[in-house]
Structures are given as C-alpha cells and as structure tokens.
Design a protein around this ligand. Structure first.
Ligand SMILES: [Zn+2]
Length: 160
C-alpha cells in the first residue's frame, strides 16, 4: 500500500452519500489529505479545528474538509471542480478588503484576503474575486461556489 492508501478515514453516512452523489471516491479523499499533510499546504480554521485542502491529480481538483481524530481523519465534506484557478500574481490586483472567511493559510499563518483570480476552463477565462493567501497565493474555492456557479459554468461551456 502507498502512504495515501494507509490513511484511515471516518465518514458519516450522510457525508458518504454526498460523496457518492458527487462521484468522489475514498481514494480521492485519501490523496487530498495525504498531499495536504505531507506538504502543509492547507487552510486551517482554528475555531472549529478543521482543515481544508485540495489536490488535483488529473483534470479534476478535489477539495476535502476534515479534522484529525485518533488514528485517522474525519471527513466533513468533499467536492470537486474542473476549472483551474490562477492567481493574478501581481499584488496590484489585491483587493485588500479582507475576507469574511474563517480560514487561515496553514503555511503562512495569514488570514485570507480577497483577490481577483482567473478561472480557466477549456478555452474560456473568467475573472472572479476569491479569498486567497496574499503570501503564497493559496486560493480558496468554497463548497457553495464549486457546487454552484462553477459547476453551472462548466456545464454551460461543455454544452456549447
Ligand atoms: Zn499562504
């Protein structure tokens, strides 16, 4: 077994059903957590002691919200999107309005700030304001966004 396959997951029944509906496998979740834990690239919400991380093995980005429990990890939710988010890279584009997000960048220990980033899918690029870490550029794609507007846009582009 590889290291990510040894990650022990605890998934409640309703979350299990949600992952099934979203076509997300246990091994996808394991890969996200393994990547986050081995690189430290994740967001942290100290108030509820949860982590949020993503991993893009192929054409799909998987996000998992989880917390540490004895002997493994509890999965609170997971979602995916195919669009690629790209940080503008220039600090001129920072809106610096702060963000109402409770997530902090784990590596930089910084609160997220709203930044204009580019969503890219197939031949299309859309600018969008998203919370991101101003130091390392970690962009937060929240569940409501990924399963709402982003999913709709992906569908619309595929139907063209
Ligand atoms: Zn950061």
């Amino acid at each position: 077994m590889s290291a990510d396959e040894q990650i022990c997951l605890q998934i409640a029944e309703d979350v299990e059903r949600l992952l099934e509906d979203r076509l997300i496998l246990g091994e996808d979740v394991q890969k996200v957590i393994h990547h986050a834990e081995s690189t430290g690239k994740k967001l942290i919400n100290p108030a509820i002691d949860r982590f949020l991380a993503f991993y893009r093995p192929k054409a799909v980005t998987y996000w998992v919200e989880y917390s540490r429990i004895d002997g493994g990890y509890q999965v609170h939710t997971a979602y995916s999107h195919r669009m690629v988010m790209k940080s503008g890279g220039s600090t001129k584009e920072w809106v610096k309005s702060g963000s109402d997000s409770d997530w902090l960048c784990n590596q930089c220990q910084m609160p997220l700030e709203v930044q204009t980033v580019r969503l890219q899918y197939m031949q299309s690029i859309f600018p969008i304001n998203l919370p991101a870490c101003s130091r390392c550029g970690f962009i937060l794609v929240a569940e409501e966004l990924a399963t709402g507007k982003v999913a709709e846009a992906e569908q619309a582009l595929e139907d063209k």
